[in-house]
Design a binder for this molecule. Structure first.
Ligand code: ADP
Ligand code: MG
Length: 444
């Protein structure tokens, strides 16, 4: 619940809710820079009990200089400041954007939008070999990766496409005693059996038409290092038999070769399929499965770790900014809602593509819903047809929930729903679009 004093009646709490729904962590200041309103999210960020009537620069910059905040207010620009974490000695870095209320000569006040930066040691954010997360399941996975990396055991990574399986394979290599050895990757889904065989095991000159010279395969190239077998479930059965022999004998026999060559390779494989099912269906050898999945590692999909969307957006946006690819610094609350609501079938890879789209479209500094690909606004759990699916009515988003209940009560009449909600029809329509409850402009 937002901070509510008993004197606040329904309309006031609705306004405060609306401010939070739109702006997230926000403060409203009067023209003397005194705090007039605080959303719940801002209170959590700043520590409970932000005193109404206090001077904002004092609260935001502690005993230090008040000038950065005051200057930023005057210029309407974003600043970054360090705020002591309430009750502890740690600090959080917060970015503050100011939105003026009223024209320059008749300034009535400001809205301050607060956003915590991920590098601040934000509660629970961890990084491993370029993988970022704040999700408990992912952190368990990180612990397993660290422990298993040193053991040199054969690992099978299972996860949806784009979830980061290749990154995990890299991490296993980089954290292993083989880190100075080679890392090779081969995509088992990309080549027909005969080519795959010679890519993996190499071939002797003259072993088939076109084999004009000896060729060293990936297994041999990875000697002393790690070989990553991506999409291993797609490996044709005849190649599976030969791979099994490599794993059992720790030697490789090139196509058309005579003498097996000893190899010292750590195998890491990945698949988006349940290998056991492939075995049951007769598409994958059971004995090979047991050899490959000595240690199975499960990588959760992005959908299953919703808090990571916001974190990854911040991290990836920051990296792109450093490379000079974007001027974006922040994500508007509506855009963030769309991102968090999306189902991400392509996981982090899809998120990267969506951000690349936003970098191309936006000239910053705030990422808006209109900078996102149109499918973001209409996809995911909140897709609204003529008859909204049941789970929408149990939406976790309080604003969407209220709007949907109002539409329900008015039997779908937007005009009456707007009256119930105390907003104009245009505002309702705009909110519905931002929440993914209505198609974006230019869409059917
Ligand atoms: N936790 C993460 N943090 C940062 N970047 C990630 C993370 N997971 C995946 N990525 C990035 O997303 C993209 C897809 O990851 P990748 O390992 O190729 O997925 P997969 O092999 O499962 O298809 C890559 O560009 C990768 O760097
Ligand atoms: Mg991959």
């Amino acid at each position: 619940m937002p901070r509510v004093s008993p004197s606040l009646h329904d309309a006031d709490t609705l306004r405060l809710d609306a401010l939070q729904a739109l702006a997230g962590a926000a403060l409203v200041l009067d023209k003397e820079l005194r705090i007039v309103e605080v959303t719940e999210a801002a209170e959590q960020m700043l520590g409970a009990g932000v005193p109404i009537g206090a001077l904002a620069p004092k609260i935001l910059c502690g005993a230090g200089s008040k000038r950065p905040v005051a200057e930023a207010l005057a210029e309407g620009r974003a600043i970054q400041t360090v705020i002591p974490h309430p009750g502890t000695t740690s600090e959080r870095r917060v970015s503050i954007r100011t939105v003026p209320i009223g024209p320059v000569r008749a300034r009535r006040g400001w809205v301050l939008l607060l956003e915590e930066l991920p590098e601040s040691g934000q509660a629970g954010v961890v990084e491993l070999q370029g993988m970022w997360t704040q999700d408990a399941g992912m952190k368990d996975m990180f612990r397993i990766v660290k422990r298993v990396a040193a053991s040199e055991a054969t690992v099978l990574v299972r996860g949806e496409t784009g979830a980061g399986k290749e990154l995990v394979a890299h991490a296993l290599h980089a954290l292993s005693p083989r880190k100075d050895g080679p890392f090779y990757a081969i995509n088992c889904a990309a080549l027909p059996a005969s080519l795959l065989e010679s890519e993996l095991f190499g071939h002797a000159r003259g072993s088939f038409t076109g084999a004009v010279s000896d060729a060293v395969g990936h297994v041999q190239k990875a000697h002393g290092g790690t070989l990553f077998l991506d999409e291993v479930a797609e490996l044709p059965l005849e190649v599976q038999a030969k791979l099994l022999r490599v794993l059992e004998s720790r030697t490789v026999l090139p196509v058309g070769g005579r003498k097996p060559i000893p190899v010292d390779v750590r195998f890491v494989s990945a698949t988006h399929r349940a290998l056991r099912k492939e075995v049951e269906a007769g598409r994958f050898r059971g004995d090979l499965m047991y050899r490959l999945r000595v240690i199975p590692i499960f990588l959760p999909s992005l959908r299953a770790r919703p808090g990571d969307v916001r974190l990854l957006v911040q991290v990836l946006m920051g990296e792109a900014r450093k490379r000079g690819e974007t001027r974006l610094e922040q994500v508007s609350p509506e855009a963030l809602r769309l991102l968090e609501r999306h189902d991400w079938p392509g996981n982090v890879r899809e998120l990267k593509n969506v951000l690349a789209y936003a970098f191309a479209l936006s000239d910053g500094p705030v990422l808006l819903p209109t900078d996102l690909p149109p499918e973001l606004a209409t996809s995911g759990r909140l897709e609204l047809g003529p008859e909204p699916p049941k789970e929408i009515r149990r939406s976790a988003d309080p604003e969407a929930d209220r709007i949907l209940r109002a539409l329900d009560r008015s039997s779908g009449s937007r005009e009456r729903a707007a009256k119930i909600l105390g907003m104009s029809r245009v505002t309702l329509w705009r909110r519905m679009r931002a929440l993914g409850l209505a198609p974006q402009p230019g869409q059917p």
